[in-house]
Design a protein around this ligand. Sequence first.
Ligand code: SAH
Length: 248
Amino acid sequence: MNGKVYLVGAGPGRRDLLTLRARELIDSAEVILYDQLAGEILTTLPPTAELIDCGKFGRRHTLEQEEIEALMVARAKEGKKVVRLKGGDPFLFGRGGEELETLLLNGIEVEIVPGITSAIAVPGCIGIPVTHRACASQVTIVTGHEDPTKGRIGVRWDLLARFEGTIIILMGIKNLPAICDALITHGKAPGTPVAIIERGLQDDQRVTVSTLSEIPVVAKRNHVEPPAVIVVGDVVGYYRGINLCHST
Ligand code: SAH
């Protein structure tokens, strides 16, 4: 009899921000395939399960992604209870959609467990609401992973420059200068407020606030590093320099 694969969101990296369902499944899993997860979640995985570090497969090229998917399918076909643990929510970047497709194509039973996404929780916990009736009635979440100067069709920075709402950028640190440049070139005001939250909800969280035109220089000077959430828009003005998440 086939086992089952649970695509589980691990939330933004704190054990008490996991869902109850995620905790239950992690504790009873026979196999856990996990990504490079933020924070303390990794320390809470049961040693009795077979723990497979998918992060160490490197930069997640196609073949390695295939390898991860093949492993999930193989373990499920052995009849195992398999948890595929992904940071934040399983379907916001991180290739959860592809994994679901493969599992279903292989006739594997699947359950989805949503997670708290870093895209909303990380700004939220420092008092930056991603929408606000006064200044942002819409929000968009984009990947900053694709270099805007490489000309690949992905994120439409030209259209985003005219988007009147909050722009949340994940995986955007490496391309930060090119992203800011693309937004300004296409007409976004250089003075638009920007916040970068590194290692959100972790003990060593750091927040950098500046403007679209200045942030590349400030980030470089401060050695800003991934993982980080970048928030572009007037909602950044609500930041008061205080952390509003409970301490652990
Ligand atoms: N599915 C995840 C996102 C995967 S992409 C989610 O829903 O949160 C990975 C990116 O998420 C990182 O490069 C970073 O931009 C962001 N990220 C995830 N956890 C974070 C954290 N604790 N602090 C800051 N950024 C985080």
